[in-house]
Design a protein around this ligand. Structure first.
Ligand code: AMP
Length: 189
């Protein structure tokens, strides 16, 4: 199984690249953000729990994540592996995830970050706000999401570097160029 984590701040292009990677390498794409948005749209109990958290740009509590992940993985039998997009986002999630994968006799194969600086991110997210109207893409919430990323998610770089699994490519340029750099890393494994 190829368990690939795409990493980077909000707006770094993880979603776009994940879809392309999943297609090319025949992997299932699991985006925890998409799962939450679907639950909010469908007004489920989970959607109700997380709506205001997501709209404020904070993170959904760690305790909720691992079951959602396990569930999502179980929905895809017979795949060659997964692209995890937006998960894990905290050290607790990463260590719960290692336990979950261990239990399944699997492990994280690679964590690849898309490098994009804060100014570029803010510009991109504001543009996305205009186009898609996501309620968590307002300027205030964007700034909060970035600060949450810097405080709670960035420490994962150390976590995965220690495991020798972390690498990064530039997230600036055309979608195709970035995709090719990611494929070059994957193909070199
Ligand atoms: P995303 O689409 O990945 O940017 O996620 C949108 C929002 O969903 C985030 O700002 C968080 O509020 C929530 N979320 C998504 N994934 C996670 C996660 N792994 N841990 C906590 N909250 C999450």
């Amino acid at each position: 199984m190829f368990n690939f984590i795409i990493f980077g701040p909000p707006g770094s292009g993880k979603g776009t690249q994940s879809i392309k990677i999943a297609e090319k390498y025949n992997l299932a794409h699991i985006s925890t953000g998409d799962i939450f948005r679907k639950n909010i749209r469908e007004k489920t109990e989970l959607g109700h729990k997380v709506k205001s958290i997501i709209e404020s740009g904070e993170l959904v509590p760690d305790e909720l994540l691992i079951d959602i992940l396990e569930d999502a993985m179980n929905q895809h039998a017979n795949v060659k592996g997964f692209v995890f997009d937006g998960f894990p986002r905290t050290c607790r999630q990463a260590s719960d995830f290692d336990d979950l994968l261990n239990k399944r006799n699997e492990k994280v194969s690679l964590v690849l970050a898309l490098d994009v600086d804060d100014n570029e991110i803010i510009g991109r997210l504001l543009k996305r706000a205009e186009m898609e109207g996501r309620p968590d893409d307002t300027k205030e919430v964007i700034e909060n999401r970035l600060s949450v990323y810097n405080k709670q998610t960035q420490p994962l770089i150390k976590f995965y570097t220690k495991q020798n699994k972390f690498t990064s490519v530039s997230g600036i340029g055309s979608v195709e160029d970035i995709f090719n750099s990611i494929c070059a890393v994957i193909d070199s494994l």
